[in-house]
Design a binder for this molecule. Structure first.
Ligand code: ARG
Length: 486
């Protein structure tokens, strides 16, 4: 009996590579072939199982190409109309799940083109004039990545808005700021959240940059050398919303740097989301208890009834692994490829699809967690002054009032911290006499700078954590994001 656990390895088709005679030559390019491909050749060669995702872009590209062919007189107006109607019919069939995708037709381009010819005959067979699958796939894939960038950018904007909204709400709420994950100086929770808004804004800029650079149309580069037909590449490019045609046909059909740029931008975005996830995981653990995640984004334990696990945050923390793996994988596919097109580049799609799905899910989950989380501001406030977090404020006072050089002030403060540590109290609990024993110029006004609130309020330098700064920055972001959305 088959073992269902061990028998799960994908098996190649059962017929051997020599059994090719029974298979027919490919109807799209098989003119010079007496026999069809070996079954294993068909398995390794066909991309239809994954590149069917490109169907919308493929049809858009074909509609633009047909319109251009008609414009320059390579198709009659009637033929173009037939092609247009045929392609719209195919789009409806695919949408409705009624399209017979065929592995023998290898990929989405030949599946659609063959179906078009079945539906409309001669006119369908003219569509591939002045075009090759090489420029066709390069165009379709650019269109797909461009659409994906638009989708992801919109999600990043939504997450930025959620973070800025929560930041405004917590503009004055103190929390410990960390370096080395040791309590360093008090900051506000709003300031901390806005740090991520800045990171995400750069991620969005990187996606926009990648979009601007990819927005050139490869169609018309044909197989690799251009074409002898009098095509109008500017027209095709404009039809598809590209800024211009690409400038070099060899480059156009062979490079996939636009996909790599997109994946690299997603890797950085994933890295930022992973850092925020890690903080959520820490913050909702009992020793921190800074935030509570909602039931909607946590799971229970099957054995420990008290548990509420931050699985969504953990998974977002992990997704950057696969996104970066996708980036590295495609980079390795591309390295060392000679010009121009090579079938290797067919391997460009799965990593891009996979990373897009991972990023889309991560952004949606993060947005939900941020909107739903409850901040435990009492707990954050209680720990904000722990670990002598206002020691820098004391040193700054020594520089400002008795004008000690900062290095000297640092040393004096260090001795006071040591004294408080030995007594087991906070800096503010030392007596004035004890402090004056270390530095006689200290007077009672020093106690004004030792509270968390005074520390926060004093951080008014540009980009600093003072509540007024944070409220202003959050407000600015919210209005900018409002304009973006409009
Ligand atoms: N499925 C192929 C790809 O994704 C399309 C281009 C194939 N071109 C060719 N000449 N075999 O790269």
């Amino acid at each position: 009996m088959d073992n269902p656990v061990t028998e799960t390895k994908p098996q190649p088709s059962s017929d051997t590579p020599t059994q090719t005679e029974a298979r027919l030559a490919n109807p799209q390019w098989g003119g010079r072939f007496a026999a069809g491909p070996a079954a294993i050749m068909a398995d390794i060669n066909a991309s239809i199982d994954f590149d069917r995702k490109l169907w919308r872009q493929d049809i858009r590209g074909s509609l633009a190409h047909a319109a251009m062919l008609a414009r320059v007189g390579l198709l009659t107006a009637a033929e173009e109309q037939e092609i247009r109607d045929g392609l719209h019919g195919i789009a409806r069939d695919i949408e409705a799940g009624n399209f017979p995708f065929s592995q023998d037709l290898e990929d989405i381009h030949m599946n659609i083109e063959a179906r078009l010819s079945d539906r409309i005959g001669e006119a369908g067979k003219r569509l591939h004039t002045a075009r090759s699958r090489n420029d066709q796939v390069a165009t379709d894939f650019r269109l797909w990545v461009r659409d994906a960038i638009d989708g992801i950018s919109g999600q990043v904007t939504a997450l930025m808005r959620s973070l800025a909204t929560r930041a405004l709400e917590h503009a004055a709420d103190a929390m410990p700021g960390f370096t080395h994950l040791q309590v360093a100086q008090p900051v506000t929770f709003g300031h901390h959240l806005l740090a991520y808004v800045e990171m995400l804004s750069r991620d969005r800029d990187r996606l926009r940059d990648a979009r601007a650079r990819l927005n050139e149309c490869p169609l018309g580069s044909a197989a690799l050398a251009g074409t002898s037909f009098p095509i109008d590449r500017r027209f095709t490019a404009a039809q598809l919303g590209f800024d211009r045609p690409t400038a070099n046909s060899l480059d156009s059909v062979s490079d996939r740097d636009f996909a790599l740029e997109y994946l690299s931008a997603l890797s950085l975005l994933g890295m930022h989301l992973s850092r925020l996830s890690e903080e959520l995981v820490l913050w909702c653990s009992a020793p921190f208890s800074f935030v509570r995640l909602s039931d909607g984004f946590t799971t229970g334990s099957s054995i420990m009834p008290q548990k509420k696990n931050p699985d969504a945050a953990e998974l977002v923390r992990a997704k950057v692994g696969r996104i970066t793996g996708d980036f590295m994988g495609l980079l390795m596919v591309m390295k060392g490829l000679p010009l121009a097109y090579a079938k290797d580049t067919q391997e460009d799609k799965e990593p891009v699809f996979d990373a897009t799905e991972a990023a889309t899910l991560s952004l949606a989950a993060m947005d939900g967690m941020i909107r739903d989380m409850t901040a435990n501001t009492d707990k954050m406030r209680a720990l904000a002054g722990a670990g002598f977090a206002t020691a820098t404020d004391l040193a700054d006072w020594l520089v400002r009032v008795p004008r000690l050089p900062f290095r000297t002030a640092h040393h004096v403060t260090g001795r006071l911290v040591g004294m408080a540590e030995a007594k087991g109290c906070d800096l503010a609990d030392l007596t004035l006499e004890e402090m004056q024993g270390v530095e006689p110029q200290i007077d009672a006004s020093i106690f004004d700078v030792l509270t968390v609130e005074s520390s926060l309020a004093s951080r008014t330098s540009e980009g600093g954590t003072a509540p007024e700064n944070v409220a202003r920055a959050a407000g600015l972001w919210l209005s900018r994001l409002e304009e973006n959305a409009a």
